[in-house]
Design a protein around this ligand. Structure first.
Ligand SMILES: Cc1ncc(C[n+]2csc(CCOP(=O)(O)OP(=O)(O)O)c2C)c(N)n1
Ligand SMILES: [Mg+2]
Length: 561
């Protein structure tokens, strides 16, 4: 855990202490929108080394901070009371669900303004209403209302974000920002007790199980990203020659060109060859994987519990045995040391990337998302970060091959539309030297696409592809019939650079036009690029078609109930 670097002095104010500690946790940039309840803290921020990125909306600032946290390790968003704070709730709920450590800082009315409970602007119900909302969607929350405990509270809450990889909430009444505590409580980090006997036994049981295995497989999940355990997973896999698959939320957890990587495991939603290879395993090592419906292909995954070793930061289960108090990293390290040697499993040619038939561009062909992904695949390099929104952007993006690990961002579990464009801002800020490619549905774009304006303001050069199917394509596949609610107002997305005052737009309708626009965009790093891709009527990726089959059946059965 980052320790306070000699800044425990009570000579500094509460606001300054918070700013110092954010930096100790590696937060160099912060997203948000100011307001009168947070102005004094904003001014303090602006005078600090932290770079403040103003966004167009608070929920966008939340998505940007979430993406930044996924890449950087921790992120922060700073907003005003209620009108800003409550607007950021959805993004923070997503960060909670998908384990992204975002620090939410909100201003609030001063304590001296609250006497006699006046009706101050932005107040909803009680002065604590916003805090209570955030208590539900954060792993820890505090209001800095007591100078004596303020520093310890900041420590407690930031430590929780760091340890649990979940968002936290810090509220500062505006008259507390400049208060210098006369004395301050220190913070004592709660001891994490590791049960050494349980650890030893768990490692032994896992070792025995793996050693006996003839067809082992690793399924790596998102926690491997969050806890920075990628090297350990690769080490274990390489040492024991165990093939690795990843879940959708964990996509790119390992370099997708790694010889042991066999692709995404998504139950019946994924490639049949991968599903079969995983499900016929006699020892499935699930590492940091969330058992979510989408990760498991809407519960079509067939993983036989007695064959599984299921380990996350929250639980460890081997077959029917539960172990408690065992940190994910210690288990992994212990398992590597035990050096299990299961039978080496040959990876069939059909699971190797090189087995894919060579893609041949058909310049006159209408646009189909799955084929577009093949075109994009040729451009991805080690310096690309791919961001995918919800809808067919995500499903089709499963077909991309991400070169480096942790370079694929998507809200693949919480599935909130509108993530991609603001997340692209967060990714550009976190890694200004890399190229960000964002893929977004037209519906999702209409929600938060205005954040392109921030991209223009900051002078970044991401490439955004808007998949234009005039509406909520995914939902058309989930509910039979032609429904007006799936239609949206068609926009000329490619003309938006003129509105934002920067960037270049392209309207493409064929594969040839798409490839040409992408080439042009890729070569130009002086501005952002927005490619409006008009899809063939009724187009859907293979993954969406498979999912629609499963989910559609559920939606229908739900409707009949
Ligand atoms: C914030 C939010 N609102 C509503 C939904 C429900 N929803 C899921 S997919 C979808 C349609 C997405 O449309 P678009 O972004 O155009 O992508 P497409 O499905 O057409 O690829 C909707 C409305 C959601 N996931 N998130
Ligand atoms: Mg659409």
């Amino acid at each position: 855990m980052p320790v306070a670097k000699g800044r425990r002095s009570t000579e500094i104010s509460i606001g300054q202490y918070l700013i110092n500690r954010l930096q100790d946790y590696g937060i160099k940039d912060l997203f948000g929108i100011p307001g009168d309840y947070v102005l004094s803290f904003y001014s303090m921020l602006e005078e600090s080394p932290i770079n403040v990125v103003g966004c167009t909306r608070e929920d966008c600032a939340g998505f940007a901070a979430d993406a930044y946290a996924r890449i950087n390790g921790m992120g922060a968003v700073c907003v005003t009371y209620c009108v800003g704070g409550l607007s950021v709730c959805n993004s923070i709920a997503g960060a909670f669900a998908e384990k992204s450590p975002v620090v939410v800082i909100s201003g609030a009315p001063g304590l001296n303004e609250r006497v006699n409970n006046p009706l101050l602007h932005h107040k909803v119900r009680e002065f604590r209403t916003q805090l209570e909302v955030f208590e539900k969607i954060c792993i820890a929350a505090t209001e800095l209302i007591d100078p004596v405990t303020a520093f310890a509270e900041i420590e407690r809450v930031l430590d929780a974000a760091f340890r649990f990889k979940r968002p936290v909430y810090i509220e500062i009444p505006r008259d507390m920002v400049h208060v210098v505590p006369p004395t301050a409580h220190g913070y004592r980090r709660p001891e994490t007790t590791v049960d050494a006997h349980a650890l030893k036994e768990a490692i032994h049981e896992a070792y025995e199980k793996l050693n006996k295995a003839e067809k082992p497989i690793i399924i790596a999940g998102v926690e491997i990203h969050r806890f920075g355990l990628q090297d350990q997973v690769v080490k274990l896999a390489e040492q024991a020659q165990i093939p690795i698959s990843a879940t959708l939320l964990g996509k790119s957890v390992i370099r997708e060109k790694h010889p042991l990587y066999i692709g995404l495991y998504e139950g019946a939603m994924g490639r049949a060859e991968v599903t079969e290879f995983v499900e016929e395993s006699d020892c499935v090592l699930l590492l940091g994987t969330f058992m979510t419906d989408i990760n498991l292909g809407i519960y079509t995954a067939k993983l036989d519990l007695p064959k599984c070793i299921y380990v996350t930061s929250e639980q460890l289960q081997i077959s029917h045995h539960f172990y408690h108090g065992i940190p994910l990293n210690e288990f992994l390290e212990g398992l590597i040391k035990s050096n299990p040697m299961p039978k080496v499993r040959t990876i069939p040619d059909c699971l190797r990337e090189s087995s894919e038939p060579e893609f041949v561009l058909q310049p006159e062909s209408e646009l189909h998302v799955s084929r577009m992904m093949h075109v994009i695949n040729d451009y991805l390099d080690d310096d690309t970060i791919v961001v995918a929104d919800i809808g067919d952007s995500l499903f089709a993006a499963t077909e991309l091959v991400i070169h480096e690990r942790t370079d694929f961002l998507s809200p693949a579990y919480y599935t909130s539309m509108g993530f991609a464009v603001p997340a692209a801002v967060g990714a550009c800020v976190a890694r200004p030297d890399e190229r960000v490619l964002a893929i977004c549905g037209d519906g999702a774009f209409q929600m938060t696409g205005n954040e392109l304006s921030t991209i223009v303001k900051l002078g970044f050069s991401p490439i955004l592809i808007v998949l234009d199917n005039h509406g909520y394509g995914t939902e058309r596949f989930l509910q039979e019939g032609e429904w007006k609610y799936n239609e949206i107002n068609p926009w000329s997305y490619y003309k938006l650079p003129a509105v934002y005052g920067g960037g270049k737009g392209y309207l493409v309708k064929t594969e040839g036009e798409f490839a040409q626009a992408l080439t042009e965009a890729w070569q130009d790093r002086s501005q952002m690029h927005i490619i409006q891709a008009k899809l063939a009527e009724g187009d859907a990726s293979t993954t969406l078609l498979r999912l629609a089959e499963r989910l559609g059946a559920r939606v229908k059965s739900g409707a009949q109930r």
